[in-house]
Design a protein around this ligand. Structure first.
Ligand SMILES: Cc1cc2nc3c(=O)[nH]c(=O)nc-3n(C[C@H](O)[C@H](O)[C@H](O)COP(=O)(O)OP(=O)(O)OC[C@H]3O[C@@H](n4cnc5c(N)ncnc54)[C@H](O)[C@@H]3O)c2cc1C
Ligand code: SF4
Length: 320
C-alpha cells in the first residue's frame, strides 16, 4: 500500500474540498482497503466521511423515504419499516456478503464499489478498465461476466442495493460541484455501460448523499443465485416491484444484476406487464423480452437460463 494523507470530514463541503481530484472517500472500507492493498487505486488523501453528521439516517415518509449514504447494509436488512414497505430492498441487503460485511458496508460504498472482474482485481493485469488495450475476460475466464454491454468491457454491476433500488425507481442524490444532482440507477451506472474505464457515472469528488425511494409500489421482491450461500456476490440477481391491486400489476419494474454494467431493465417488458395478472406464462413472456438480446461469451452462457428462471420466480413472488 502506498502512503497517503488521512482526514476526517465534518461536513459535505469540507469532504469535497479535502478530497479534490486525487482523493477517495472512505466509508466502511470493505472495498477501498482491498483496492489500496492491491495497488489498484492510488489516492493522495483518504477522506473519512463517517464523521459527517446526519448521513446515517433512514427517514420514512408517506411518499418518499430518504436513506442516507452512511446507513449500513445491516440497518436496511433489519429495519422493520423497510422490511414492511420495501421487502425486496431488505432482502437485497440481507444477501450482501456476510453479517460482518453488512455491519460496516454503507449504502454509498455499496453503490460505488468497483468492478469484481478478476482481471481488474489482479494488480499485474493491465486491461481496458485500467487503460490497457484489451479485455482479457472476453476470450478468457468470463463465467461471472455480462450478457449485455455497450463497450468492450464486460464487467457487470454487482451492487445488490443498486438492483433493488432500480426496481423501486429510487434516485441517488449526489453532491456535485456544490449542487445536489439527482440520478436514477440507470444514470448512476450509464457511464460504465458506455466507457470501459468507468465503474459508474460518478466524477472525481462526487459524493452520494442519500437515496430517495418512492412509496409508489406496494409489492417488491428480490432473489439472487450465488456459488456460495454467504460471503459471495451474485451470479445473477433479480429485483421486481409493482403496485398490485385486485391481482393486477401496474407500474411494474424488473431489474437484473451481474449481467450488465447497469442494472438491466427493458422498458418493453415493464410495459408488457402493465395490467397483467401474474402467472407462470406471463412471467415467462416477460423474461423472454428481458433477455432477448443477450450476448453470452462462452463460460457465462448458463446465465441466460438462470436469469430466465430468476425473473419468473421473482415476479411470481409479487403475488404473495
Ligand atoms: C467477501 C465480500 C463479499 C461481498 N458480497 C457482496 C454482495 O453479495 N453484494 C454486494 O452488493 N456487495 C458485496 N460486497 C461488497 C460490499 O458490499 C461493498 O464492498 C461495500 O458495500 C462497500 O461499502 P463500504 O462502505 O465499505 O465502502 P468503501 O470501501 O469505504 O468505499 C467503496 C468505494 O465507494 C466510494 N464511496 C464510499 N462512499 C461514498 C459516497 N457516499 N459517495 C461517493 N463515493 C463513495 C469509496 O471512495 C470507494 O471508492 C462484498 C464484499 C466482500 C469483501
Ligand atoms: S471485463 Fe472489463 S475489467 Fe474485466 S478484463 Fe475485461 S476490460 Fe478488464
Amino acid at each position: 500500500m502506498k502512503s497517503f494523507a488521512y482526514a476526517s470530514a465534518r461536513s459535505v463541503d469540507s469532504a469535497q474540498q479535502m478530497v479534490g481530484d486525487n482523493g477517495q472517500y472512505l466509508a466502511g472500507g470493505n472495498d477501498l482497503l482491498g483496492l489500496l492493498k492491491e495497488y489498484l487505486v492510488d489516492p493522495k488523501i483518504l477522506v473519512n466521511i463517517k464523521s459527517i453528521p446526519g448521513m446515517d439516517k433512514i427517514e420514512p415518509s408517506g411518499k418518499v423515504w430518504n436513506i442516507g449514504a452512511l446507513v449500513t447494509v445491516a440497518q436496511i436488512e433489519s429495519d422493520p419499516g423497510i422490511k414492511k414497505t420495501f421487502p425486496g430492498l431488505a432482502q437485497a441487503a440481507a444477501d450482501v456478503g456476510s453479517q460482518q460485511i453488512r455491519n460496516v458496508a454503507s449504502v454509498g460504498g455499496n453503490l460505488a464499489q468497483h468492478s469484481r472482474c478478476w482481471y481488474f482485481r489482479h494488480r499485474d493485469v493491465l486491461c481496458l478498465k485500467k487503460e490497457g488495450d484489451m479485455c482479457y475476460a472476453r476470450h478468457g475466464e468470463n463465467k461471472f461476466h455480462s450478457l449485455f454491454t455497450g463497450n468492450n468491457c464486460i464487467s457487470p454491476v454487482v451492487s445488490n442495493l443498486a438492483i433493488a433500488f432500480a426496481a423501486l425507481d429510487a434516485v441517488a442524490v449526489v453532491q456535485r460541484e456544490g449542487q445536489p444532482v439527482r440520478m436514477t440507477m440507470a444514470e448512476l451506472y450509464a457511464k460504465a455501460f458506455d466507457n470501459p474505464t468507468a465503474h459508474n457515472s460518478l466524477n472525481p469528488g462526487d459524493l452520494i448523499l442519500k437515496v430517495e425511494v418512492p412509496v409508489t409500489r406496494t409489492h417488491s421482491a428480490y432473489l439472487q443465485t450465488s456459488e456460495k450461500h454467504e460471503f459471495d456476490w451474485a451470479l445473477v440477481s433479480c429485483a421486481a416491484a409493482a403496485k398490485v391491486a385486485d391481482g393486477k400489476l401496474s407500474q411494474a419494474r424488473v431489474a437484473l444484476g451481474s449481467i450488465s454494467p447497469v442494472p438491466h431493465q427493458v422498458k418493453g417488458a415493464n410495459d408488457f406487464l402493465e395490467g397483467k395478472t401474474l402467472d407462470d406464462a406471463t412471467a415467462s413472456q416477460a423474461a423472454d423480452l428481458i433477455l432477448k438480446n443477450a450476448k453470452p461469451h462462452g463460460h457465462n452462457d448458463y446465465k441466460i437460463p438462470m436469469a430466465h428462471a430468476m425473473i419468473r420466480r421473482t415476479l411470481l413472488k409479487l403475488n404473495g
